[in-house]
Design a protein around this ligand. Structure first.
Ligand code: ZN
Length: 163
């Protein structure tokens, strides 16, 4: 089914938006729906209006929703400036090539405390954040998310110095 059909379907757009924890302009907007093995959000796009449906990566739907159905022509991929694959903040997205993406990931993966160095893997990290969001009091959300992120980098940059 074509992206244009899915993007024009109000039920699909509502379902997408209903799974995004929208926060401040600089924060990551966490996906609250299904998480793929690669740590990306995914959801079933389509409704009784479109007749059929298919499971799509959430950020690819969201990117087109923000920039138009033709935004990723020519084989471009959506890159996350924040390196959180589940993030749905349009300000954290950048269209690029697969080569750009692989090069960035290879260099950042070595940084201590970085998202890509998470010992739980990308999917485990995203699911841990979702669990923290579900369990947190709304007023403690930022701290709960920060703690869930830090837990994946036990030897990382955010650990307190021992001496
Ligand atoms: Zn982000």
């Amino acid at each position: 089914m074509a992206w244009g059909t899915l993007l024009a379907d109000g039920e699909t757009v509502d379902r997408y938006r209903g799974h995004v924890l929208e926060r401040g302009p600089d924060a990551c907007w966490w996906w609250l729906g299904a998480i793929s093995d690669t740590g990306h959000g995914s959801f079933r796009a389509g409704s009784h209006t479109t007749g059929t449906s298919r499971v799509v990566p959430a950020h690819l739907f969201g990117y087109r929703l923000a920039h138009g159905v033709g935004a990723l022509a020519g084989g471009l991929v959506v890159r996350h400036r924040c390196d959180e694959g589940a993030c749905q903040n349009p300000a954290h997205w950048l269209a690029g090539t697969r080569g750009d993406n692989n090069r960035d990931a290879a260099s950042r993966r070595r940084l201590a405390g970085h998202a890509l160095a998470d010992v739980r893997g990308a999917a485990g990290r995203a699911r841990a954040v979702q669990a923290a969001i579900a369990a947190a009091d709304p007023e403690d959300l930022d701290a709960a998310i920060a703690a869930a992120l830090a837990a994946g980098n036990p030897g990382g940059a955010h650990q307190d110095a021992l001496f």
